[in-house]
Design a protein around this ligand. Structure first.
Ligand code: ZN
Length: 330
């Protein structure tokens, strides 16, 4: 089946009460690992690319890798999503490339640091919706700011999403999905101690805008066994910490439907490559470390699909095309 719009996948997740992982990609091994996991546990999947990924892959390569994923997995529902688009040009570009979903992050100014005014965020997000919906492409907006670093996204201060503002934002923009700031942050160093997320806000926002799908960013779990492996084999990642999977599951129970995961798959790859370089210093064929790194990514993705509850739900519903979604918006 062709790529499906994200709205369809997240609306189904809402009906089923589960979350869908959105995994960042930059290369072939990551895409293959994610697709192997999705196909094995029968889970719909969101593959996402940031601006950094588009730059890294020169776009053309990423587009073809994404089509390879579709060709090789005709029976899996795959969404191709732009992560943290920061202006309308990149949104248009992603739609041209065949993405079925885009995020417009109007929470920060173009410097990627300063929080943008509510009005200015509404204005840009509304324009993105006007561009995307006529193509049937889903739009995710963001209200509030996350901490941490992710591909040049680093707010200078953290502002949690205000539930009343969320209602106004959704009404003024027409977004399908909304990234909420509840105290998570991007990267591998999210917290100094066990995090306290503002999950009550998720519940409240979900109740106030039940037709909009809520998204959790900065939600890698930073598994301590991977950090230990990295540090044991010459890495240096002291005090790395993420969001425990149980807290994400609590978020899903309260209405989170899309969960972004990037750091965990990076950690899995790095831990594996470091171990192989240490244990087998004679290895020089990239396949001998990239292959096992791909297996490690697959294991993390599979575990997340099971933990988020999306495993087993791929075949619950018929696929919808962009054309059908386009008619839906009319
Ligand atoms: Zn993010």
């Amino acid at each position: 089946m062709p790529l499906v719009p994200m709205k369809i996948v997240l609306d189904e997740a809402e009906r089923g009460g589960y979350g869908v992982g959105a995994f960042n990609v930059n290369n072939m091994e990551q895409i293959q690992a994610i697709m192997r996991a999705a196909s094995e546990v029968r889970s719909p999947v969101i593959i996402q690319a940031s601006r950094g990924a588009l730059r890294y892959t020169n776009m053309v390569y990423l587009r073809h890798l994404m089509h390879a994923a579709v060709e090789d997995n005709r029976d899996i529902k795959i969404v191709m999503h732009l992560d943290h688009g920061n202006d309308l040009d990149i949104v248009k570009q992603a739609i041209d490339l065949g993405f079925t979903s885009v995020m417009i992050d109007g929470s920060l100014e173009p410097d990627g640091k300063t929080p943008r005014s509510f009005e200015s965020n509404v204005e840009m997000t509304r324009k993105a919706v006007e561009i995307a919906h006529p193509y049937g492409v889903t739009v995710e907006g963001e209200l509030g700011t996350l901490g941490g670093i992710e591909e040049h996204v680093q707010a200078s201060r953290v502002i949690l999403t205000n539930p009343e503002e969320a209602v106004e934002f959704v009404k003024a923009t027409g977004v399908d999905a909304l990234a909420v700031a509840i105290g998570t942050s991007h990267g591998a160093y999210k917290f100094k101690q066990t995090p306290m997320l503002a999950l009550d806000r998720v519940e409240k926002i979900h109740r106030l805008v039940p037709h909009v799908r809520l998204v959790m960013h900065g939600s890698s779990s930073v598994p301590q066994e991977l950090i230990a492996e990295i540090n044991r084999y010459g890495g240096s990642m002291p005090n790395a910490m993420g969001v425990p999977v149980e807290q994400i599951q609590d978020g899903i129970r309260r209405g989170i439907r899309k969960i972004n995961v990037d750091t965990d798959t990076r950690l899995a790859a790095t831990a594996t490559i470091r171990r192989i370089f240490h244990e087998e210093p004679a290895v020089f064929d990239p396949r001998e470390y990239l292959g096992p790194a791909r297996d490690a990514i697959y294991r993390v993705v599979k575990a997340r699909m099971e933990a988020f509850g999306s495993a087993g739900h791929n075949d619950d519903y018929a696929p919808t095309t962009l054309e059908e979604a386009r008619r839906l918006y009319k």
